[in-house]
Every structure is written in C-alpha cells, then in structure tokens.
Design a protein around this ligand. Structure first.
Ligand code: NDP
Length: 276
C-alpha cells in the first residue's frame, strides 16, 4: 500500500490522495515558499497543503508553475478561513484561492475550523462546489466526532477527509476509529509536534534501532496507522528526509511503544474551545 512517495489512499469518491505531502504553514509567501515547494516537487512530493490564512497561496502557485510539474500529477489542498465561512462567502473564497494559486481547481478544499453556527452552511457551499465539478474532493479540518456527526446528520456528501492535529503525544484513537468506520480519511497536521519532543527517549531508541531519524519514525508511524501526513519544512535536506519513509517498516511491538507515548497533549488550539 504505502510503498513509495507516489503511493496514495483512495478517498470515498475514488480520488487518489498521496499519503505524504508538504505543509507550508508559517512559510513566507516569497522565496521561502517557492524554494520549499520546488525542493519538495524535485524530491518527488505530489501534494502541497496550504490555506487562505497562511497568506502564501500565490507563492505556492508560482512555485508550481516554475516546477513544470503537470497539473494532473499534483494534489493541492487549501482551506476556507473562519472569517469567510457561510454559504456565499465560502463560494467567493474558493474562487479567490484558485485565483491566487493560479489554478482552475484545487484537489481538496477543507473547512479550516468548525466555527459554531457557521460550519454547516459552509459545508453546503463545499457540496455545491463539489457537485458543480469545481473541486475534486471536499473535507473538514479540526472536526471532533460530534462535529462530524452534526454535518453527517443531513449532508449530501460525507466529508472525504478530516485534517486534525495528530502525533505520538496526541493520538486521537476514538476520532481515528470513527473516521475509519465512515471512510473519512484522517490527515495529520503538526505530525512532527512542530519540532518539539523529537528527542523523546522512545523515538531516539527506535531511530537508532532502524537507522532512521526520529522524524522518520514518527511519519512512518502515521502511515502504518493509515493517516495521511503533511510535515512542514523549509530545509531541503529535511524535506527529502521527511519523504524517505518507504524503505522500512515498524514492527507491531514498536508501534505499541509509540502508542504508549500518548498524553492527549495539544500544541495547537482545542477544536471545542477556540476563539478565532
Ligand atoms: P510540523 O509538525 O510539520 O513541524 C514543523 C517543524 O519541525 C518546523 O519547525 C521544521 O523546521 C521542523 N522539522 C521539519 N522536519 C524536521 C526533521 N526531519 N527533523 C527535525 N525537525 C524538523 O508542524 P506544522 O505545524 O507546520 O504542521 C504541518 C502542516 O500541517 C502545516 O505546515 C500545515 O500545512 C498543516 N497545519 C494545519 C492546521 C489546521 O488547522 N488544519 C494547523 C497546523 C498545521 P524547518 O522548517 O526548519 O525544517
């Protein structure tokens, strides 16, 4: 299944989504993002994860053009920001994101956060974009089980993806089981814990055992759990390192060791208690 950087998971509508992508949160819209995206594509990445609020859709778009990669080979994700949620404003936000990216369509459009009183209307706008053939797949981000149940109670299209904070210190097992049961592909944001805790003794021990880096151990653990992963780096050698996950396999015993690291610790905001 996950045998190379070209390997993909098939979403419930039949669209293929690469298991590994490059995240570009906090990456500058200028040369920084252009370089990172180009290095990633040169290293074999097909998938880039941005968002309107990251302010770098234009830079991502420039890099995609300069890379010469064919559009059909790429998988581009962006997200509607909270202040644009609502039906008409989401439709307009999608057009604006496409314009900034210089693309006719994106592969995956996500509701960035479950804004109370708004996210269902926003979801109807995503369904409209999907039914009109303007976007290949639609999904959500930072949705807990109750948010998903709320959307699924009367939606026409079940979300194809839920992108959430997920790493060894925050394993979200119930949410992952719920997503698997409903064929919603889970995707890990901050998979590397934003660069924290990579020196955890379990990760160091496994890195030494497999002759890999702690980051590679964590990212491989995502894949073996059936979770799409989008590590961020602006460093060429780390971009390569984070994609080199296919020449080894963690044993069941070592997967359990990582499972024991869970602390339900978030580095980002709590989806049930945020104010932006
Ligand atoms: P990550 O968990 O991917 O960690 C990134 C940090 O780790 C950076 O400081 C990076 O530094 C460092 N790093 C990268 N590779 C390595 C490595 N091999 N060894 C050691 N350190 C490394 O953080 P993010 O929060 O950026 O999450 C990834 C992506 O998820 C985001 O970029 C974004 O696309 C998405 N996201 C989505 C959210 C949502 O609400 N939907 C919220 C947050 C993130 P350097 O760049 O210098 O290499």
């Amino acid at each position: 299944m996950t045998t190379s950087l070209q390997s993909a998971t098939t979403l419930h509508n039949g669209v293929n989504m690469p298991w590994v992508g490059l995240g570009v949160w906090k990456v500058d819209n200028g040369r920084e993002v252009e370089q990172a995206v180009q290095w990633a594509i040169a290293a074999g990445y097909k998938s880039i994860d941005t968002a309107a609020v990251y302010g770098n859709e234009e830079g991502v778009g420039r890099a995609l053009k300069q890379s010469g990669a064919s559009r059909e080979q790429l998988f581009i994700t962006t997200k509607v920001w909270n202040s644009d949620q609502g039906y008409d404003s989401t439709l307009a936000a999608y057009e604006e994101s496409c314009r900034k990216l210089g693309l006719d369509y994106v592969d995956l459009y996500l509701v960035h956060w479950p804004v109370k009183g708004k996210y269902k209307e926003t979801w109807r706008a995503l369904e409209k974009l999907y039914k009109d053939g303007k976007v290949r797949a639609i999904g959500v981000s930072n949705f807990q089980i109750h948010h998903l149940q709320d959307v699924m109670a009367d939606c026409e299209v079940v979300p194809m993806v839920n992108q959430v904070e997920y790493h060894p210190l925050l394993q979200q097992r119930e949410l992952l089981a719920f997503c698997k049961e409903h064929r919603i592909q889970m995707e890990a944001w901050s998979p590397l814990m934003q660069g924290n805790s990579l020196d955890h003794p379990v990760l160091r021990e496994l890195a030494a055992k497999y002759g890999r880096t702690p980051a590679q151990i964590v990212l491989r653990w995502d894949l073996q759990n059936g979770v799409v992963t989008i590590p961020k780096s602006v460093n060429e050698s780390r971009i390569r390192e984070n994609a080199d996950l296919f020449g080894f396999e963690l044993s069941a015993e070592d997967m359990d060791k990582i499972a024991s690291m869970n602390q339900n610790k978030r580095f980002g905001p709590d989806p049930d208690n945020f104010n932006f």
